[in-house]
Design a protein around this ligand. Structure first.
Ligand SMILES: C[S@@+](CC[C@H](N)C(=O)[O-])C[C@H]1O[C@@H](n2cnc3c(N)ncnc32)[C@H](O)[C@@H]1O
Length: 188
């Protein structure tokens, strides 16, 4: 990713996320894959995933974000337009609550969940996205250990991700559990 190409004001890809994505998803770069991102903001992580993981000509990524902030949405569209992989990216300006249930079951190779951080939304996104993951596919949650000093959220991501890991436990292998949590859906 050539930073100067893009109009980013935030960096939520910092602190080793690129390294982690490469370790977890790097092997997907040579084959056709379908990716899904919940929570795109200005497009930084989605564009990085498009450029670095969706490298095969047939690979695609779907981004889902209600983009309630008009300025931020304009920046997202501008950034996607500047991306050399723009043709691989589909954006739906909607909430995960309306989009995820309608997606193809077992249709995605990887999912990155970084949307609404309210616990019940994280749990909804995790459970719904897991069903959309191909067997062998990888789901990554951001912000497992995030603490909320602002008081914006009533329940943090951590208990939601823990609940997800408990109820989906028999069908997944945990690949990583630190500030991000990554799981692979077992092949039945
Ligand atoms: C932390 S930001 C995402 C950062 C982005 N993944 C990155 O690394 O550049 C969280 C985003 O989630 C979006 N969001 C909030 N509720 C959502 C929902 N229900 N479905 C999808 N996205 C949501 C917000 O609009 C915001 O853009």
């Amino acid at each position: 990713m050539v930073e100067s190409t893009y109009d980013f004001t935030q960096d939520y890809l910092r602190d080793g996320r690129k390294r982690l994505f490469t370790a977890l998803l790097g092997s997907m770069a040579t084959r056709p894959v379908r990716g899904l991102e919940v929570g795109c903001l200005e497009g930084r992580s989605m564009i990085w995933l498009a450029e670095n993981i969706c490298r095969h000509p047939a690979s695609t990524i779907l981004g889902v974000d209600p983009s309630r902030n008009a300025q931020c949405y304009t920046r997202l569209l501008t950034n996607i337009a500047r991306c050399p992989m723009a043709s691989k990216i589909t954006l739906r300006r909607e909430s995960s609550f309306t989009v995820l249930p309608g997606l193809e079951s077992a249709g995605y190779d990887f999912v990155y969940i970084d949307g609404d951080h309210e616990g019940k939304s994280v749990l909804f996104d995790g459970l719904t996205a897991f069903e959309k993951l191909k067997p062998g596919g990888v789901l990554i949650f951001d912000d497992y250990e995030w603490t909320n000093s602002s008081g914006w959220f009533r329940v943090m991501p951590k208990p939601a991700i823990d609940a997800f890991l408990t109820v989906c436990g028999p069908w997944l292998d945990v690949l990583h559990k630190e500030y991000q949590v990554a799981v692979r859906r077992k092949v039945d």
